[in-house]
Design a protein around this ligand. Structure first.
Ligand code: GDP
Length: 434
């Protein structure tokens, strides 16, 4: 996974830079109104390379006396988990003791570190940043997060560490499945229930930026790779309980997978962090299965499951065509159903609809409810085809694609789901000029 962590003391402008680097994506997410999410990590893209940016500052909570320690924790985790580190300082205040401390930590890593002098809002301030060479961390990038100046050069440098997009496609033919969720929801228990002690680890490339392990599962007619990061805990200075750490682990496992099993605790329901992970999986075009675990601990009647499901769907809208399974790992309830469903979602994700079938069904659907005419102009959809790709994408060719609005795209997406079953899979619908 390509992970960029922004570290630095408070108020240097980390979150402003974070917003800059992720802004094109954020516009899409903000469409999903209704839920407020605190977004400290987000996907970004530069010259065709995708990566996840993390604002470490967003994870610092608590009183002032634990502040410095919290920041040190963030830096340690960034060093362990990120592929590239952006160390942000403030040209207006200059070097502080805390900056020096952070620099001391960063000098010990062999990972690429970029010192970014922020608030260089005009050229006059350029040489003020030269004091930061004293960190001994190499070149200084002058930026203004507020205006965006200098961020292009920074991004060029950052993404130079990431592989070309086509090299990223791995040739593994087995589906890759990962179990994610907050601490204590039952992830390890599920992993153990599925695999027992007989673990066949097929890849173990610890120490590289792609160090997830993959465990080969082959039982009862299902074969897949279970992507796991938990087995990789190294001896470190890192406090593994802090949220930031689990988030980084999750992002890494998620990016390396085809299907994400998002596990919740029935006692807590779906929380903000779960919704963040859900949307990250959705935007990464991963298959998704939601598992509500510890179902044994819930008092229930014949409506409880339906109500639970409705509440979850309300929070993950608009993409609600997602399977939800209620399990008890300790009572071995519906554990195998998780495997079956994950495999089904993977089949949905990789299936190709024959063009003739697609046109037969979808042109009929469109004829029944055509896109509304705009300014007396009629929109005629002539032809549809599924585009090649790792997740389902459909192109509809028509005379005036610019007139097709989002509600109509959603209508077409829903009809695709009704007719072809894409349960658990984000799909894309494009309208193009014939
Ligand atoms: P992880 O942090 O997500 O890997 O969670 P663990 O697998 O370590 O589980 C945390 C705790 O929840 C352990 O004490 C488990 O025994 C317990 N647990 C896991 N699944 C269930 C379940 O289905 N029902 C109940 N009652 N407890 C469970």
């Amino acid at each position: 996974a390509n992970i960029v962590a922004i570290v630095g003391r408070p108020n240097v402008g980390k979150s402003t830079l974070f917003n800059r680097l992720t802004e094109s994506r954020k516009a899409i997410v903000d469409d999903f109104s209704g839920v407020t999410r605190d977004r400290h990590y987000e996907m970004a893209e530069w010259i065709g390379k995708k990566f996840t940016v993390i604002d470490t500052g967003g994870f610092v909570h608590g009183s002032d006396d634990i502040f410095e320690e919290a920041i040190r924790d963030q830096v340690h985790i960034a060093i362990e988990e990120a592929s590239v580190i952006i160390f942000m300082v403030d040209v207006k205040t200059g070097t502080t003791d805390l900056d020096d401390e952070i620099a001391d930590l960063l000098r010990r890593t062999s990972k690429p570190v970029y010192v970014v002098a922020n608030k260089v809002d005009h050229a006059k301030l350029h040489h003020d940043s030269s004091e930061f060479y004293a960190f001994g961390l190499g070149e200084i990038f002058n930026v203004s997060s507020a205006t965006g100046s200098g961020t292009g050069e920074l991004l060029d440098a950052v993404v130079s560490h990431f592989p070309e997009p086509e090299e990223e496609e791995e040739e593994d033919y087995l589906p890759k499945v990962t179990i994610v969720g907050r601490p204590n929801v039952g992830k390890s228990s599920l992993t153990n229930a599925l695999l027992g002690t007989d673990r066949n680890i097929v890849t173990d490339i610890a120490g590289t930026t792609r160090d997830t392990i993959k465990i080969h599962y082959n039982q009862f007619g299902h074969e897949f790779l279970l992507v796991d990061t938990a087995g990789l805990r190294r001896k470190s200075k890192v406090n593994e309980d802090i949220e930031f750490y689990s988030v980084m682990r999750t992002i890494r496992a998620l990016e390396d997978s085809d299907v994400v099993v998002l596990m919740l605790d029935a006692n807590d329901g779906i929380e903000a962090q779960d919704i963040n992970i859900f949307h990250l999986a959705e935007k990464n075009k991963k298959g998704i299965v939601i598992v509500v675990n510890k179902w044994d601990t819930i008092e229930k009647d014949n409506k409880t499951m339906k109500e639970f499901e409705a509440r979850i769907k309300e929070k993950i809208a608009p993409f609600t065509d997602v399977p939800i399974i209620f399990t008890s790992v300790t009572e071995k309830q519906r554990i195998f159903k998780v495997v079956e469903t994950a495999m089904e979602v993977h089949r949905n994700k990789t299936k190709k609809i024959p063009t003739s079938k697609l046109n037969e069904v979808m042109l009929g659907v469109i004829e029944n409810y055509p896109p509304p005419a705009i300014k007396g102009k009629y929109i005629k959809v002539k032809y549809a085809t599924q585009l090649p790709g790792k997740a389902p994408m459909f192109a509809f060719f028509c005379n005036l694609p610019q007139y097709i609005k989002d509600p109509y795209k959603r209508y077409v997406e829903n009809k695709l789901r009704d007719n072809f079953d894409f349960t658990g899979v984000p799909i894309q619908v494009y309208f193009r000029q014939k």
